[in-house]
Design a protein around this ligand. Sequence first.
Ligand code: LMR
Length: 354
Amino acid sequence: EKSLSKSLRRLNNIRNQLEAAVKDNSKEPVRVLITGASGNIGYSLSFMIAQGRMFGPNQPVILHLFDLPNNIGGLKGVSMELTDGAFKLLRGIVYSTDPAVAFKDVDYAIMCGARPRTQGMERKDLLSVNAKIFEEQGKYFDTYAKKTVKVCVVGNPANTNALILAKNAPSINFKNFTALTRLDHNRAVGQLAEKLKIDNDKIKNVTIWGNHSTTQHPDVDYCVVEDDNNTYPVKSMIADDKWIQNEFIKTVQQRGAAIIAARKISSVASTATAICDHMRDWINGTPEGQWVSMGVMSKGEYGAPTDVVFSFPVTCKNGEWKIVDNLKLSEFSKEKLAITGKELLEERTMALNK
Ligand code: LMR
């Protein structure tokens, strides 16, 4: 009798697994555009998406790979390698240098195609070259993409490029255009985990405020370590405000430049990882009681300027982001928010009046 019930249990498990597999397989694939897809970030990112790192292990994808006509060989090569990966979730590849093909009906878009900075440059120095690209691509969204498309801008200066994109795609809700500051958020978590010698996933509610630039404000005032259902404020665990206000903040603000100095090219794999985290949390939701940092359209929350893309603490549910409200800011943070907000206004003036 015992062995019979054991077999029955086993059969039941198999039936459940089969049912789940049938359900998963019936999911419609989503179309994901990557611009600059033959570049380093695009190359790394497309494989992560095909492996399920962005949408989870049950969501099939069709990748739309876009680049400039002179990169057609690179695009073809990435597409060939993706085919060679024989990924379970990859249901199709569209590679094209024609925006009418690449932007057509996409559900999600990751905007990596832009000139990267080199040593000695600030990200905003790229505005004069990259603003044109984003102006043009905003129009492609307006004409070819689904009106529900969700967009993450990676090419620098990411916040202002996202603003340009949104302004050139008036038929799509502003809320659908976001800028990547999850990279800075993850960098902050990494620094804190190293300092406290704890696992990364125990650190919750770091905030990156403002611009993805050296004026950004990495803030740990509400950051906690969660361990066995207890929470401990990171600030009191570190117990060294000087380290936080100087070393920690500077390291996070200047990490992009430090990577360029070390590798001679800007960050690739950590950026692709952060893009996956950004999109996954936006689409699937942030865990209960936790927030992440995203560059989103500002309506003046926390005294930030309006009509700029500003990084805020956000929670996500049902595919919508929402800025966390009612946080009390320290005088130190208020000063830093004013500085990064001013820079975003300057970038906006440069971008719109060129
Ligand atoms: C980064 O933060 O690594 C990227 O924005 C690349 C750069 O220019 O710093």
